[in-house]
Design a protein around this ligand. Structure first.
Ligand SMILES: *[C@@H]1O[C@H](CO)[C@@H](O)[C@H](O)[C@H]1NC(C)=O
Ligand SMILES: *[C@@H]1O[C@H](CO)[C@@H](O)[C@H](O)[C@H]1NC(C)=O
Ligand SMILES: *[C@@H]1O[C@H](CO)[C@@H](O)[C@H](O)[C@H]1NC(C)=O
Ligand SMILES: *[C@@H]1O[C@H](CO)[C@@H](O)[C@H](O)[C@H]1NC(C)=O
Length: 421
């Protein structure tokens, strides 16, 4: 792996905004063994009023920057076996003041492109009721070349704790080409036929949410493949997973368009559906969640996981779930036996992915990517120190993490479940 082989010694630079340190990218200790047991009794335990819904917990005396400097936080020894001896994390794109990197992460292997969209609804997404968010791609070849640059391009920003590597070029693929209304806040998944499926949340009353096929090659033309449930608009389509056994697409429909003021009051419950593309039937899968969001199948397709982001709506009430639920799935794709799988300790769980071994990786709007084993035991985190709505594997041992103003690339031992194959 290029990143691992690179022997990059950071140069000593000082800019007006950050202190850049001379730290060896290769020799650095990338792990932080989180001292769980020593945090069971804290000197002071602050009251609820001192927390926000996405407050980050670190042991006393550990600064945010130092926790980011060694971003692989180990909560259980098995995490070492999952991420391997020699992981790396680097910040490869930064758009200060703009939430360019929010959702819809899609890896397109043939062109080494990685697609994602900007935030729809949040003020720094600069989109909402009047205009759509944007869809971008970056070149992973460009990213790799900045990571393997031996002339001191990967350096530690001491102020933020980020390891910085170049600044990938953002290429916009949305625009005035008829994508308006179809690619409004999307979430993606590639399909076997070298296509991308994006879900769009819609905008106002005029543009209903859609499921849209997008050509991963220029001119990135798109075709809407689903835009209603028996004539009714969906609320704000959010995330989709392909069930390979049946070919059905399973998807979630929460109400973020409405809670972020760019969609009308929902006309349908906030629930999970499946779509048989052959018969055209869209049917209900699960309705027992507050705001279903991320959705994924285990690699053997015997389990399904759904993130409930109930905590975040028009208000933020911590009495609602920030919880991942697990279901059994049979060969026909039917779900049964819902149970709680995991609860995340900051923010809400958003994008979900499994690795080949069935561990469940969860992008959290609190502090980064959190990893649980199939039994729901917390193994560790890739700590980016801020919210990350989604992420995706980008080939073996490589992962791209979207953190609103920042895009990180991680190199790990674990391989993603190759749903795109
Ligand atoms: C990185 O590139 C983006 C657009 O590609 C630009 O908006 C941003 O200012 C750049 N950031 C830095 C730190 O150069
Ligand atoms: C894009 O355009 C080509 C050429 O017209 C067409 O064959 C293809 O189906 C289109 N793809 C999508 C996703 O609309
Ligand atoms: C999907 O629809 C087709 C055509 O009606 C049918 O043959 C197939 O069994 C359906 N798939 C499932 C999983 O029900
Ligand atoms: C499972 O789903 C299939 C296809 O949707 C359906 O035909 C079948 O009756 C379901 N089986 C059970 C046991 O509910």
């Amino acid at each position: 792996m290029v990143l691992r082989q690179a022997l990059v010694t950071a140069v000593l630079l000082t800019t007006s905004t950050s202190i850049v340190a001379q730290v060896d990218f290769e020799q650095h200790d990338w792990f932080y063994e989180f001292p769980l047991a020593s945090t069971n009794v804290l000197p002071t335990v602050p009251p609820p009023s001192s927390f926000t819904w996405d407050s980050i917990f670190l042991p006393p005396g550990i600064s945010l920057a130092s926790a980011k400097r060694s971003p692989f936080h180990v909560y259980h020894p098995d995490f070492h076996r999952v991420i391997g001896e020699d992981p790396r994390l680097a910040l490869v794109l930064e758009t200060e003041g703009y939430y360019s990197a929010h959702e819809a992460p899609v890896y397109h292997e043939p062109t080494q492109s990685f697609f994602f969209c900007s935030n729809a609804g949040a003020p720094l997404g600069f989109s909402g009721a009047e205009n759509s968010n944007r869809v971008f791609k970056i070149s992973l070849d460009e990213v790799e070349s900045s990571l393997s640059n031996k002339e001191g391009q990967v350096y530690l920003d001491e102020t933020t704790g980020d390891w910085k590597a170049g600044n990938a070029t953002l290429v916009e693929i949305s625009g005035e080409d008829g994508t308006e209304g179809r690619l409004v806040n999307v979430n993606g998944d590639t399909r076997p036929a070298d296509q991308i499926v994006f879900l769009a949340q819609g905008r106002g009353e005029e543009f209903p949410p859609t499921m849209t096929l997008v050509n991963p090659y220029p001119p990135y033309n798109s075709t809407v493949i689903l835009n209603n449930y028996f004539g009714r608009q969906f609320n704000s389509l959010n995330d989709v997973a392909l069930h390979r056994g049946t070919g059905d697409l399973f998807f979630t429909d929460p109400d973020y368009g409405n809670s972020q003021d760019f969609r009308p009051t929902p006309d349908l419950p906030l629930q999970v559906y499946r779509w048989n593309q052959t018969s055209g039937l869209v049917s209900l899968v699960a309705d027992e969640m507050v705001r279903p969001n991320g959705i994924v199948f285990s690699p053997d397709e015997t389990k399904a996981y759904v993130a409930d982001t109930g905590l975040v709506g028009k208000d933020r009430d911590p009495r609602r779930p920030a919880t991942i639920y697990e279901y059994n799935v049979d060969e026909q794709g039917n779900w049964s036996d819902r149970r709680t799988f995991a609860f995340i300790n900051t923010g809400v769980p958003d994008g979900l992915r499994c690795d080949e071994s069935g561990n469940v990786w969860i992008a959290g709007t609190g502090d980064g990517v959190t990893v649980f084993n199939p039994q729901g035991v917390l193994l560790g985190k890739i700590f980016v120190g801020s919210g990350s709505a989604n992420f995706q594997w980008a080939g073996p041992g490589r992962m791209v993490i979207l953190a609103e103003t920042k895009v990180y690339v991680a190199k790990l031992l674990a391989n993603g479940d190759p749903v795109w194959k």
